[in-house]
Design a protein around this ligand. Sequence first.
Ligand code: NAG
Ligand code: NAG
Ligand code: NAG
Ligand code: NAG
Ligand code: NAG
Ligand code: NAG
Ligand code: ZN
Ligand code: ZN
Length: 567
Amino acid sequence: MVLRAPILFIDHTPSHWSSLNDSFCGNKKRQSPIDIVTSHVLTDHNLVNFTFLNFSSPHVFKTIENNGHTVKCNLVKNEVEVSGGGLSETYSTLQLHFHWGDTEHHPGSEHLIDGHRYPMEMHIVSLKKGLTVEEAKADPEGIAVLGFFINATDDGDMSEPWSNLTSYLMNKTGKDPAVNITDNISINDLIKNVDLTKFYRYMGSLTTPTCNEAVVWTVFQEPINIHKNLTQLFPMKTGLNNVFRPSQIRNGRQVFASPATPLPHSPWCYDDHHDDHCEYSSLKWHELPQSHCGKKSQSPIDIETKEAMTDKHLNNFTFTKFDDKHTIKYITNTGHSVKCVLEEDMVEVSGGGLGHVYSTLQFHFHWGSESHGSGGSEHTVDTKRYPMEMHIVNKRKDLTLEDAIKTQNGLAVLGFFIEAPHASKNSGGSDHDETNPTSTTTSNMEPWKTLTNYLSKINNTKSKVDFTEKISIDDLLGNVDRTAYFRYNGSLTTPSCNEAVVWTVFKESVKVDQNLMMMFPSQTKNHNVYRPVQSLNGRKVYTTAGSSVHGPIIRFLLLACLCHFFL
Ligand SMILES: *[C@@H]1O[C@H](CO)[C@@H](O)[C@H](O)[C@H]1NC(C)=O
Ligand SMILES: *[C@@H]1O[C@H](CO)[C@@H](O)[C@H](O)[C@H]1NC(C)=O
Ligand SMILES: *[C@@H]1O[C@H](CO)[C@@H](O)[C@H](O)[C@H]1NC(C)=O
Ligand SMILES: *[C@@H]1O[C@H](CO)[C@@H](O)[C@H](O)[C@H]1NC(C)=O
Ligand SMILES: *[C@@H]1O[C@H](CO)[C@@H](O)[C@H](O)[C@H]1NC(C)=O
Ligand SMILES: *[C@@H]1O[C@H](CO)[C@@H](O)[C@H](O)[C@H]1NC(C)=O
Ligand SMILES: [Zn+2]
Ligand SMILES: [Zn+2]
């Protein structure tokens, strides 16, 4: 998209944009365009009720100009508006312009859909109402761009509006390039029958310098089909070729879709017998494209406690903002798990022998079935499978997500087993919890009730709701011992199974009521969402010093001894 071309544009190839003055093009946080990978898109039910004011008016096109980078149509000021559709405010539409390929029929849309580049893309640019261009560029949601793909077909539209518009295409003349548009063309004439309820949404940037990260993007799913004789006129008549920016890294950004947008089924599942049919059950994950699932350092594993080697470097963790009750942004049913996504750049983990500061991205759960006593943890300890496992996923703060998943310690996942409060008594042994002052049997179930209350709102696969209740990660973890844990090098436990994870598996389990745990399979209709344990292949598992699986008991005994000493 183009707002205002820089006056001096010496080397205008996109790879040099980051060296331009005041440029944000080198940022990697939320640049545009991107490749929209539809299997990763989530449905957001707030993305409805778009309102397009004066889109059908034939009197809003004012001038057209070739600015050397694109062809831009300037609209009559303060007539055209966009609101609703999940936008937080009303946006006032300024201009629309185009991106295209070349006369050799190379496609030139900016956004890609599952790697597919359309022949062209039209951008309708609006500023938050009341803001100047400069103010809008400084606001993270200051600019709203509507992106429409344009498809070149043999039988596409050659009707008046597009013929009229393309008749104005011109090369850059230099002096006063803006030409008045005298034809009666409306925006809807150009959009035609594209279904405006089907669109993707993500947060990004301008796609031309200075690439300000100020854009709420709407990319419509259906293309405008135009006859190829007309799309060819863009490179031919303007002398401009390949006026699009290459796609930028997603850096963990989530793309959402409006409820009407069809989303594909995930190509993988855990077990073909339980889930609805899928092409790749967990035994076939290694056959997926770009899969690491067949490699040698995979997760989860069975942790043999006798084999775990004590490592004195495994010190205490530092958890930043784990006590903050405003960090959970939304909760989603991914179809494979329930995931709580955190606000960006707030929560952090360091220490614990990790050697780096990690940003906490999300936490999610693994579980079994609704039948009583069903196991569903991913890791097992001496072959014991716990009812559930919670994973807190962290990315090295100094890396983008794209780099982190290619780096051996790019990710750190904290795994917590979850079981019912009285479960430990059934497992035998000498622990008499009733006399144990650190027993967690009295742990507070309110945060877990709050969390599981959301499950009924995300019954549907890929649905998402904003998290408005105030609970912190600490609230969920309760007083579980976070000093006793196992450590090993492993992988993500879902495709693509990248071997980029430093695993921490805590010894003590978080205690959650049985009926709350049951809500995960019953509300989401997903069962046995855990990967089978993988071979160690010679990897070592390390353990924190001086503790055992019965960490709390030891602490209690230690406390008892100390008390005895002082008495
Ligand atoms: C969309 O409009 C309908 C009908 O006016 C209304 O009931 C609904 O609450 C609106 N939804 C959103 C998310 O604004
Ligand atoms: C835009 O919409 C408003 C409100 O419907 C109307 O009064 C105005 O005439 C329209 N402007 C144009 C140029 O059609
Ligand atoms: C785009 O155009 C091609 C060629 O005519 C056609 O095969 C294809 O179905 C079109 N795509 C869409 C999504 O309409
Ligand atoms: C620009 O367009 C004019 C009028 O169509 C034409 O005479 C001229 O040769 C073109 N110049 C270039 C550089 O294409
Ligand atoms: C455009 O519309 C106006 C008023 O609706 C009309 O007077 C004018 O003739 C139209 N122009 C063209 C080129 O059709
Ligand atoms: C993980 O791998 C790195 C690099 O090979 C190594 O330095 C580190 O000790 C390993 N950590 C564990 C827990 O095995
Ligand atoms: Zn653009
Ligand atoms: Zn997980």
